[in-house]
Design a protein around this ligand. Sequence first.
Ligand SMILES: Cc1cc2nc3c(=O)[nH]c(=O)nc-3n(C[C@H](O)[C@H](O)[C@H](O)COP(=O)(O)OP(=O)(O)OC[C@H]3O[C@@H](n4cnc5c(N)ncnc54)[C@H](O)[C@@H]3O)c2cc1C
Length: 472
Amino acid sequence: MHKGQIPHPTRSHESAKKATLQIRFVIVGGGASGLSCAVALRRVGHHVIVLEKGPDFIGPSKNRGIRMSPNMTKVFNYWGMRDKVDEIGIVTDRVIMSRLETAYLLGIHCWEHEMLQEAGGEFIAICHGDLRDMLLETARELGAETRTNAEVVEIAEDCRSVRLASGEVLKADIIIGADGSQGICRALVVPQDPPKTTGIMLFNSVIPADRIYADPELRSLVEQEQVSQWAWFGHERASVCFPIGPSKDLAWYFFVRDQGAQEGWNDVLTPEQFAPYVSDSEPRLQKLARLARPNRVRMMQRDFPESWVHDSDRLVVVGSAAHPWPPGVIYGPSMSLEDASVLAKLFSHLRNEEQIPSFLYAFQNLREERCQKNRELDIGNVQFMMEPEGEGTAQRDTMMRTKHDQGRNVLAGDDEDSNVAQWDQNRELFAYDAEDEADNWWVQWGLLQERSKASTHEDIGMFSLDISVGIS
Ligand SMILES: Cc1cc2nc3c(=O)[nH]c(=O)nc-3n(C[C@H](O)[C@H](O)[C@H](O)COP(=O)(O)OP(=O)(O)OC[C@H]3O[C@@H](n4cnc5c(N)ncnc54)[C@H](O)[C@@H]3O)c2cc1C
């Protein structure tokens, strides 16, 4: 256990409540969402096949760092996967905030023990590819079938089967569209889908630890008493870096105003091409820029579909297919894991096929507002760091530094402070418990619907039994 790690309840794979009726889910897409759904649905006993069009499940995400927030690590804690997470991730203790142009220290915020305890998880930095690998391994251990080079090219009108590029047809009771923001499943629920810019462009890279350690000034970014994330607040620019996993390779994000670029992950810059964007930044950032080969990614966003459930009532979209998330912010992957957790918890109550539509619509109801709100918050966090210089930012910086000089956490304190107000919204987000949300729906609505359908005394008895197991 990591020093200071908070104790957390575990609901092991074996002890998870299994569905009475176990059906076949075909998951289109083997990204973080598809693989999370595979783990979650196998935990509750359903049959799962994951179809990934790429030659492997990792793809170009091998070399990218992400920050898992407490609401995400909480799910892994519940699922009894914490040991696996600790092998590949690193718990971060605090964030150090500075001005981007001058390195002037604004302050430090250590994650409060009370907040982490309430959330039931911690901040853990991890390589995106390792996350996918861990989910894949667990899905397979639990008996999920997983296939690569398996592109789904057609979905039957009734959504009861998919056809692969090879011509093979696979039958499904339910299709999970986890094929990202530009996939075939999403196109079935949102035919027209023009992306909009967030106004931000991201340079994203991971710099190997040996190159960081070779420079004493850069070494200080990873060699701290406590594991630290770094955040730089600048005029129309911002930056974040953090070590990922035990290797201490350094993930580095640099944000500028959108100047037009590709949306995907294929636009790789040389240090020379990157240098002009980083000019006038503090020396450590300029040094990082000389070591980086960043992807330039335009941070786009798409609308959420009005309905996440296809008219056939047999296909539902999840993850980026349901709530496309711009890259480089924090909460996208955590929303995918929460999706999986809620969906599986609902389907752990499956006793007959008539329940399927209500479970799928309940899934959207439970997830939509939260994802919408958190996407705004996530983008807002970056906007907040890169606000143009002026009276407002000067005041913000003075408040932070004053607290720091008083020996306080910079984001703790009075509500008047806009920094604190921004942080409070983030804190709220961490406390969410995906499985509890699904259980509450079952108790308040699901069971009521079942009761109204049940005609025999015996049936009512069985549903009552289901509640006690479900919320234990
Ligand atoms: C290469 C890559 C790198 C990323 N790096 C970062 C990062 O550094 N930081 C960050 O915050 N976020 C990153 N993201 C985004 C992040 O992974 C997602 O926001 C989040 O994890 C949810 O992913 P998802 O599984 O819903 O969608 P995606 O990650 O888009 O996965 C969708 C999967 O479906 C597969 N697929 C699509 N169509 C089909 C089909 N017809 N048949 C079969 N398979 C299909 C795709 O190949 C892909 O593997 C990255 C995403 C990708 C794809």
